[in-house]
Design a protein around this ligand. Sequence first.
Ligand code: PMP
Length: 384
Amino acid sequence: MIKRDPIAMIPGPTPVEEPILQALSHQVYGHTYDDFVEIYKEVLKGLREILILDGGEVIAVGGSGTLAMEMALVNTLKKDDNLLIVSHGFFGDRFIEIAKRYGVNADVLTAKPGEVISPNEIDKKLSEKTYQAIIVTHVDTSTGVCAKIRDIGEVLKKYEDTLYIVDGVCATAGIEENMKDWGIDVILTTTQKAFGVPPGIAICGFSDRALLRRKKLGTISNYYCDLELWLPVMHDPSKYFATPPINLILALNEGIKIILNEGLKERFYRHEKLGESVKEGIKALGLNLLAKDGNAAPTLTTVLYPEDNIDIDKFHNAVIRNGVLIAKGVGPLAGKMFRIGHVGNISHQEIILTLSAIEMGLHEVGYKVEFGASVAAAEAVLTK
Ligand code: PMP
């Protein structure tokens, strides 16, 4: 058999388009060189367009999504402030740890795995005491649950002192988000999922209200994350605070061009359609989804392993041998389910291949599969 690398159908990192790869192999610019400075500015302008941010500031610096999480938190909250965390899984819970390190008082609304916290529950909790901020993960990549970001924004209009922070790591540029119209104060995100760019850039959009909060905090207890140290660089990228990941900025610029050329609306629609096709395909195999219809994200699908105790490692290795890498469960859901990413610059081609590889993998571990059933169900959605 010819050995090929499997395509990464995990919920990030996602497959990367050719112009992005080429940008990565470009000779390394000096960060003060005019051409690079212009590209950095273009990146920030493009991000503003994707986040739909009026006023405020966008920052993009070397680091992963976790850095962006920390950056959002330390620039808006100080020790002893009250924070409400809405957690739909492992990545929501990560904010509890970060808040603890900075002495921020976190209350948590925790959803049952696969279920979503309703805007009404959030309203009730917010009415009980004053929170300086609420953090909601748009898509929790561990459960595949998609939060009601727009509706929560409506609820928050009543709570003037509460900043609205959204973790868009598994959503931004793949699912609609609108800082301006939905009253979002901070979106934190990163490059390796719906942007379709390799990992390594932490991105945050801050509203004017969030910037005001940052000013009030004075000196904050983190250096690299400090917005005030980065802003002069974001206004004039030839200035120095810390050396930027030059080639990743070039790559992100190419990634943003692809996103804006496709069009945001078209991109969101494509993600919905591909997401639905995978979900229907999986259901056609008789498998159960963790996140139920209405709560499930278009960017990934979370699937419970069949009940008859399959050999999980054997299954995943068989799927890899058939050309596709899918993800195992994380946190408390490890060993209970697998996750399929369908996020970023992917097409029908990868969907069909993925479902086919899953069918063959299931067959190999003794699960009864009607060959082609998932592919047929997906095709029915894709051709609708
Ligand atoms: N938030 C969410 C929703 C995520 O899915 C992830 C990573 N999968 C993170 C935050 C952390 O990002 P990173 O791994 O890039 O640090």
